[in-house]
Design a protein around this ligand. Structure first.
Ligand SMILES: Nc1ncnc2c1ncn2[C@@H]1O[C@H](COP(=O)(O)OP(=O)(O)OP(=O)(O)O)[C@@H](O)[C@H]1O
Length: 507
């Protein structure tokens, strides 16, 4: 059976769904390339169509493609030869115009890796290019600043459920699969903005059934996640080090995902010294995973797995009983997985901790994810400005917390306003915690209203602070601070960690 993600890969830009703005920008970039001669970085989460868009663009423009993948090629000379030559040569077998499109996939993996010549080499090639180059990356900030500065930037957002469903519907029709509309919605919902996963899930379920129903989707979800819940129980509560390692062999998760699952759930049962020890092992595991990413040497996975399983089990002190509500890893914890983002995250968490009188761990695991959800894409501008002022956030920080592009005017103007706000008395002398999302309503004006009204006279009837959190271009979701105390099993792309206790407990 052919892979549907390949069969239904967009061949023209108009088939790239859910990122209209980015798509238009890409087209514009290509059409005006002769005038500006800049390369472009296309970045965003996995499976949202970045690489497909680059290929579709080449197709639309009639440009042959030359693709280079960071992990396939070893050594600076290879980069030089392929990207350099291709970039310089206007006469190679190009299209009618002599143009060809160079696609540098996994461009965030070149960074700091001597084997690949590091990012300096790439930056040089990219700067000197005589042909258009698209650099595709998941992690914008894993690329060096000079590389980022020498390129235009286009962000691909997670694909909204609303955009995913029609893609699935279309595939079903073309494959002759009968379906319940709701089943498609369920798939779209559970794949959190990743269109490739949605298509994969659709294919997996559709192959097992005559008519695709919601029940099929739910059953298949349960089958794939049941294993992990049993494993967490064994790891966290029951098995010794060796048993935990063995149990992990049966779990159908990548080490990266497994680490996220463990990291998010271990604090539900461990505390104090045992938790600190467990985190120590998890951060070792994380380092090994980083090494795998940097070198593509998968033999390091073993050390990562040893640490996250045997290490965590060995950290346990005393018996653990009872039933624990484990939950899937949050989008947020996945974000902390790379060095660049982790450093930014930790430095912001430290500032939050200081101001709020909370521990850094609480700031990182509880407060920051919450703020991130509330200021998603800076839509709640007023709140974002106040937050930036309260925690001294610069543009990179604001971009990190909100998910907005760092170089956007929006982020720059927020930081400017925050600087201004910092000089006003209100903030200087407040000394109050900025973050008070509990129900005490003691200083409602410090936190937020949904409107960017800029005045401070709203210490009124804020019974419940309702914040409108935009999900993406075409849909909106609302959340209230106190809603967050209620446990919610479903982790979606932009929701913070499932926090059983409610944030107010930590304040
Ligand atoms: N926006 C989209 N519109 C249509 N199909 C898409 C889109 N995004 C992803 N797909 C489907 O998912 C597959 C994988 O997409 P693609 O490889 O382009 O994603 P990506 O963002 O480059 O991910 P990665 O960073 O993991 O390479 C495509 O072949 C296509 O089937």
């Amino acid at each position: 059976m052919t892979d549907w993600t390949e069969t239904y890969r967009p061949t023209t830009l108009s088939e790239v769904r859910g990122n209209n703005k980015a798509r238009d920008q890409l087209e514009e970039w290509a059409e005006s390339w002769d005038d500006h001669r800049k390369s472009v970085i296309v970045h965003g989460s996995p499976g949202v169509g970045k690489t497909s868009a680059a290929h579709a663009l080449a197709n639309d423009m009639g440009w042959p493609v030359m693709e280079l993948n960071a992990s396939d090629s070893r050594g600076a000379d290879v980069i030089e030869r392929i990207a350099g030559e291709a970039a310089k040569s206007g006469t190679l077998t190009g299209g009618e115009s002599g143009r060809r499109l160079v696609i540098l996939d996994e461009a965030d993996n070149f960074h700091g890796n001597a084997d690949y010549g590091g990012s300096r080499e790439v930056t040089r090639v990219v700067k000197d290019a005589n042909q258009p180059i698209v650099l595709v990356a998941n992690e914008f900030y894993d690329m060096s600043q000079s590389l980022r500065n020498s390129c235009e930037t286009i962000e691909f957002r997670d694909v909204s459920k609303r955009s995913i469903v029609p893609v699935l519907r279309d595939i079903c029709r073309r494959e002759g699969v009968d379906f319940e509309e709701e089943a498609l919605e369920k798939i779209a919902e559970s794949t959190s903005g990743d269109l490739r996963s949605a298509v994969n899930d659709l294919q997996a379920v559709a192959e097992e059934t005559e008519r695709l129903t919601v029940e099929d989707v739910v059953t298949s979800e349960r089958d794939t996640t049941e294993g992990i819940f049993d494993f967490l129980d064994e790891l966290i509560k029951e098995k010794d080090a060796e048993g935990a390692l063995r149990a992990s062999y049966d779990v159908d998760e990548t080490p990266d995902d497994l680490l996220n699952w463990i990291e998010d759930n271990v604090p539900k049962d461990y505390e104090g010294a045992e938790l600190a020890d467990a985190y120590g092992f998890l951060s070792n595991a994380d380092r090994w995973l980083g090494r795998v990413r940097a070198t593509q040497d998968y033999s390091y996975w073993r050390y990562a797995t040893d640490n996250m399983t045997a290490g965590v089990a060995a950290s346990r002190r005393g018996d653990k009983g009872g039933w624990t509500r484990y939950g899937p890893p949050s989008y947020w914890s996945k974000l902390g997985r790379t060095k660049g983002t982790r450093n930014t995250r930790d430095s912001i968490a430290e500032r939050i901790a200081e101001r709020e009188g909370a521990s850094v761990a609480t700031a990182r695991r509880e407060i920051l994810p919450f703020l991130s959800a509330m200021t998603h894409h800076c839509k709640n501008r007023d709140l974002t400005v106040r937050m930036a002022a309260a925690y001294d956030l610069d543009e990179a920080d604001v971009s990190f917390v909100t998910g907005s592009g760092k170089d956007t005017n929006k982020v720059a103007s927020i930081v400017e306003d925050a600087d201004e706000l910092k000089t006003t008395e209100a903030v200087e002398h407040s000394g109050n915690a900025f973050f008070t999302p509990d129900d005490s309503r003691s200083d409602a004006d410090e936190t937020t209203d949904g409107e960017p009204n800029g005045d401070d006279e709203d210490g009124d009837q804020n019974e419940q602070r309702t914040l409108t959190v935009p999900e993406d271009d075409d849909s909106e979701r609302s959340a209230t601070a106190s809603d967050r105390s209620a446990s919610d099993d479903s982790a979606t792309a932009d929701e913070p960690a499932d926090d059983q206790s409610g944030l107010s407990d930590f304040m």
